[in-house]
Design a protein around this ligand. Structure first.
Ligand code: ATP
Ligand code: MN
Length: 457
């Protein structure tokens, strides 16, 4: 259909006085004795186009005034009575799709809880329009950043036979119904599609390392799957994962890249989504723009796990789970560190080896590994990364200590035999990033159809 995007109709002042056709859905309707006002949205911009109807010249059918109705409007663009943009003086209004009164998105601000029950319609609200525009801009910026810095974009398999130990429970991939007669699990899987137990990948890292050992700098940007039983506001069963992997890099390089990437992404959203951020700043998180501007312009903190525990132990009375050296940091500790102690994003480094994965580089102290988590206010962990263990013997020892089946990791071990080099990388949860830059507090509200325990609407 020949028509003009509302984003253009609204902002292009050179179009004033010209005839235009716009298409969109009715978002508001009000009228006085002489004039009727319709606001139309077509998704192209958060601000909506006001359509003005002179009732003495044009009849508007009741169907065209219903919220959610889809219309095509032909008219003349003029400078808006209020504000800088344009509005449209209607000459002809055509109903494209009627919308009955049961339409669940009504004018009163509906709650996010309610909107979660109608994932197929919630995108028609300002909040979700803004979220998904920010999400799209951020995704483009991620590719732009890595491309500009010489990284190759690789696609790692989603179906895998290894479970990237330590990263969470795997979903199983099978074509077989359950067979209670199978003598053993092994026999059962032997008859399955791949002949071995297979699942959905929790991370592309292990394959990402394969690519980095040849291409130097790579990143993946795709879905990861975790059968998280946690039901929190920060976990999904299916989330999007950005995982750069860099050869000839040590932990400080990994930290530098993570900080640079995050600042680049924040700046991209600040520049490209001003209307959306204004909206979030007003209705979702007061002070959001100032927070992001400040974060993009100042250094992130860095703190070892050991120092972090020293700080947290003094505050143990306030925590549900008191900490000591060796404990895993819970969300309450992560938030306390980044919100109360540092007041900005903080990289926690050098965790005890027992609470981290087998592939992380073992430090000289024999107790810690060269890992880092980036914690940000409001969310907690947004990035998890590390330098990888490049030494064959040490890697084997870490796998043995965890009683892992080394035969399943032959290829991964080969990388430590054939020209092994220091390398590292990290995983950034895309939805957690979108939460951070929008202020949205529930991860289910920044993805189209959230999947979590007992929820696959
Ligand atoms: P957490 O401790 O928050 O459960 P994790 O340590 O299991 O996360 P990593 O394995 O380090 O997570 O994954 C890298 C990043 O991927 C995390 O920092 C986070 O941003 C994101 N992430 C991990 N699990 C999930 C999930 N279930 N849903 C959404 N994002 C996730
Ligand atoms: Mn982590």
């Amino acid at each position: 259909m020949k028509h003009l995007d509302i984003s253009e109709a609204l902002t292009d002042q050179t179009l004033r006085g010209q005839t235009a056709v716009v298409c969109g859905w009715v978002r508001t309707y009000r009228e006085s004795a002489q004039v009727a006002f319709l606001e139309l949205s077509d998704g192209s911009s958060l601000p909506r186009l006001q359509v003005v109807v002179d009732k003495s010249k044009l009849d508007v059918s009741a169907e065209c005034t219903k919220l959610g109705a889809a219309l095509a409007v032909r008219g003349t663009l003029v400078g808006a009575y209020k504000g800088e943009g344009n509005e449209l003086n209607a000459e002809r209004i055509t109903l494209i799709g009627a919308c009955p009164a049961e339409y669940p998105i009504q004018k009163k601000r509906t709650t996010l809880d309610f909107l979660r029950t109608i994932p197929h319609l919630r995108l028609r609200t300002n909040t979700f329009q803004a979220v998904f525009r920010v999400r799209s801009v951020a995704a483009q910026a991620i590719h732009r950043y890595f491309h500009a810095h010489g990284y190759y974009y690789v696609n790692t398999p989603l179906i895998t036979a290894s479970d990237c130990e330590g990263a969470g429970e795997m979903f199983r991939v099978t074509t077989r119904p359950w067979d209670a007669k199978a003598a053993s699990a092994e026999e059962y899987y032997k008859n399955d599609f791949f002949g071995v137990k297979a699942g959905l990948s929790v991370s592309g890292q292990l394959e990402g390392e394969v690519a980095a050992m040849a291409l130097g700098k790579i990143y993946t940007f795709g879905p990861s799957f975790r059968a998280e039983n946690s039901n929190t506001t920060r976990h999904l069963a299916e989330f999007w994962h950005i995982e750069p992997e860099i050869a000839f890099a040590e932990l400080p390089d990994v930290i530098e890249i993570a900080e640079d990437l995050l600042k680049y992404l924040i700046n991209a959203v600040l520049e490209e989504c001003p209307e959306e951020l204004k909206f979030f700043d007003s209705f979702v998180e007061k002070g959001l723009i100032e927070k992001l501007t400040h974060v993009a312009g100042s250094d992130f903190a860095v703190c070892t796990y050991t120092d972090a525990i020293g700080i947290l132990e003094k505050e143990n009375a306030r925590f549900q789970f008191p900490v000591h050296w060796g404990s895993d940091l819970q969300s309450e500790h992560e938030k306390y560190l980044t919100e109360k102690v540092f007041g900005r994003p903080v990289f926690v480094t050098d965790y005890p080896k027992e609470i981290k994965s087998f592939y992380m580089k073992q430090n000289a102290d024999g107790k810690t590994v060269a890992a880092t988590d980036l914690l940000v206010p409001g969310i907690g962990e947004i990035i998890g990364g590390s330098e990888r263990e490049a030494d064959y013997g040490k890697l084997v020892a870490a796998m043995d200590a965890r009683k892992m089946d080394k035969s399943a990791y032959k290829q991964y071990l080969d990388l430590r035999i054939f020209g092994s080099v220091p390398h590292g990388g990290f995983g950034l949860g895309f939805e957690r990033f979108v939460m951070y830059v929008t202020g949205m507090e529930n991860i289910r509200d920044v993805t189209l159809f959230p999947r979590s325990v007992k929820n696959i609407m």
